[in-house]
Design a protein around this ligand. Sequence first.
Ligand SMILES: [Ca+2]
Length: 98
Amino acid sequence: MKLLLVVFAGVVGLAVADAPEYQSFLYMECAGNQIDVGYYGAPCIADWNGDGVKDMVLGQFTGGNIRFYANENTNDSPVFNSYSMLKADGSTITLPSG
Ligand SMILES: [Ca+2]
């Protein structure tokens, strides 16, 4: 019985130690304005253009387009001043929405 209690305490201790800590949310901005893409934006952060700084790609509900925001600053303090729509074969990518 004592062994069972020790094992249980160990599992609980691990669960508390691994609990994630969340920070409050923030709105992303582009050129000083809050980014609003409607619903289901699903942002994805990665270095999309290969310059070593993380950028942002997110969906735009209206029109079903995908926006690319190039980060013009650093990974710790990203700055977005404009966006472009992702294209394939010269045409803007459009996904079904709604
Ligand atoms: Ca980049």
